[in-house]
Design a protein around this ligand. Structure first.
Ligand code: UDP
Ligand code: MG
Length: 330
């Protein structure tokens, strides 16, 4: 019989003592149902990543791991933030599992769609994005800000799946390649599309938090958007060049205007204040030149930035032969 895939569910937790006792049971129930359906192997695991919580979260995780072998946990040495916690869990799981699913621990994302995600994996998709179909439980403000967040990112040249956060299935094969993305400024949902491979989306409705409070107020969301844009795109730098060119064109119009005013002043003395037009022209012209120069310098800095990341330059997804065989036969 074909060997079943081992699934690791990776769950970042920060100060979630109110939430864990409720959702851990739901996760286990979901895992067991997928095991009994024969979708995943019996030695699949639920891996909690404690992100330097200051409450009883880690003690709870330890207790859970004693109660049921499907629960395991790792702990970060201190609070490093959601994205780093997810990465820590995924990197830990990449050599232990065939598939991983990352999900928040607060029960907002529909745990049951995991079944559908795993089925999509078995159809050959290496990445399955969980996408929120509706945000009816979110307030108008949260919905508006969250949706603007995705639009802004796309406008700024960051490729993200609309309304997809960090609920996604990723195969270990993709994670092996992902390990070559060495950047420290993480924006996972913008980075996985860069890895490529066959992918699809599944849709679900987002619920309210089962307990506790969100750790993502508007301030943190803006910070995350800024992080995403500046980590994945050099478009803002290019905008400086565009503004410079525009200012420069404006100065040409200004120069024409100044010359016309000067000529008019010969015929109608006193129609313009002497020196005004030339001053404006110089300011615009020099401003434009400076902006263009800054943009050009910025382009080089942008290039340096991308080089420093030392991302893989290519990723091979298919071969007509088994490479390990060829290497062994040599
Ligand atoms: N989280 C984390 N480290 C942090 C902040 C949050 O690991 O510094 C976890 C948190 O426990 C939760 C997930 O990240 O599982 C998402 O956080 P939250 O639910 O507060 O964000 P929201 O869903 O409101 O955007
Ligand atoms: Mg949440």
């Amino acid at each position: 019989m074909e060997k079943k895939s081992v699934l690791y569910i990776v769950i970042p937790c920060y100060n979630e003592e109110e939430v864990l006792p409720i959702t851990s049971g739901e996760f286990l129930e979901q895992l067991n149902s997928m095991i009994s359906e024969g979708l995943i192997a019996e030695n699949s695991r639920i891996m909690f990543v404690n992100d330097g919580s200051k409450d009883k979260t880690w003690e709870l995780i330890e207790e859970l791991s004693k109660k049921d072998e499907h629960f395991i946990g790792i702990s970060q040495s201190r609070n490093r933030g959601h994205q780093n916690a997810v990465l820590a869990g995924l990197m830990e799981a990449k050599d232990l599992a065939d598939i991983t699913i990352s999900i928040d621990c607060d029960g907002q994302d529909d745990i049951k769609v995991m079944t559908e995600m795993v089925k999509e994996y078995h159809k050959g998709n290496e990445i399955v994005y969980g996408v929120r179909s509706k945000r009816t439980t979110d307030t108008f403000f949260k919905r508006f800000t969250a949706e603007s967040f995705y639009k802004l990112l796309n406008m700024m040249g960051v490729e993200v799946v609309f309304n997809h956060a960090d609920y996604r299935l990723v195969s270990s094969r993709v994670l092996q390649e992902f390990a070559d993305f060495h950047e420290v400024n993480l924006f996972l949902r913008g980075m996985f599309p860069l890895v490529g491979f066959d992918h699809t989306s599944v849709f679900y409705e987002r619920h309210e938090r089962v307990a506790g409070e969100s750790h993502y107020p508007l301030r943190k969301m803006l910070a995350l958007a800024f992080e995403g844009i500046t980590s994945l795109s050099v478009k803002p730098i290019r905008m400086i060049t565009v503004i410079g060119v525009m200012t420069w064109f404006l100065s040409i119009v200004g120069i024409l205007w100044a010359v016309i005013s000067w000529v008019v002043n010969i015929f109608i003395p006193g129609s313009t204040v002497p020196g005004w037009a030339s001053t404006i022209c110089i300011v615009l012209f020099v401003g434009g030149v400076q902006m263009i120069s800054m943009g050009i310098i910025g382009e080089y800095i942008g290039k340096i930035y991308l080089e420093v990341k030392a991302r893989p330059r290519y990723i091979i997804s298919k071969r007509t032969f088994d490479r390990t065989d060829v290497v062994r036969d040599r």
